[in-house]
Structure formats: C-alpha cells, structure tokens
Design a protein around this ligand. Sequence first.
Ligand SMILES: [Zn+2]
Length: 136
Amino acid sequence: MKSYRELLDRIKDKLHPEGVAMQSRLAIPEPDVIWVGNRTIVRNFGNIAEAIGRDPQKVLIFLARELATAASLDEDKRAIFIGRKDLQSFKVLLQRYVKDYVICPVCKSPDTKLERHKRVTFLICEACGAKSPVRD
Ligand SMILES: [Zn+2]
C-alpha cells in the first residue's frame, strides 16, 4: 500500500513529465565579490554562468551594460568590472538576466537556449518548444 504522499507524487509526475513545475526557479550561486582598488571582481563568475547555462562572455556583456561600465574576464573566468559595484546590484541583475534570458516565459522551465535568427534573438525552450523573442 503506497502512502498518500507517494501517490500524489506519481500523479504530479504524470501531470508534469518534465518536472517543469519544480524547476521554475534556478539556484543562482551567491556572487563572490571582492574590491581591489577601483575594480570589482566576481570570483565565482564562471560557476554562476555554468549554473544558469549561459556563455560567461554573454552574461558579462549584459552586466557591464546594465552597470554602465567596462568589464573583462580573466583566464580563471573571474569577472572584473571597472568601478566599485555592490553585491546587491549583481544579485538583482543576475536575477533579471535569468528571468529575461533563461527562464521560458511560457512554461517557466530553465531548460532553454538562445538562438539568433536574422536580427532577433529567441529563447528556445527545450521543455515545451516555445520560441520567444528576447531583448538584445
Ligand atoms: Zn517552455
């Protein structure tokens, strides 16, 4: 005799075969930020990009633009920003990046990729197949 809990889980699995409902939020690692002189270094930037499944260079370009500064990646995939930027800014911007460029707006799955067609970038969802244009 299965427990009510197990039965409920099985029903949920049937309703959401991809586990879509469970994955509506990605765990973004806490940015590990240090300040050296007039620079801000995100030491775990490579891990963050990996966790959200995006090219570190693309995430870097987004952050640099939103922070209105110049940024570069070093050989250890640490991100170096010109100017002193606070931890909270990185957290807010990374959440916005994930919301706009990673999470499928239709089914909320993070299982997506970006593809460029002509002059428009689309977020392609591997869970539900939705193709949503995103802001460049
Ligand atoms: Zn989707």
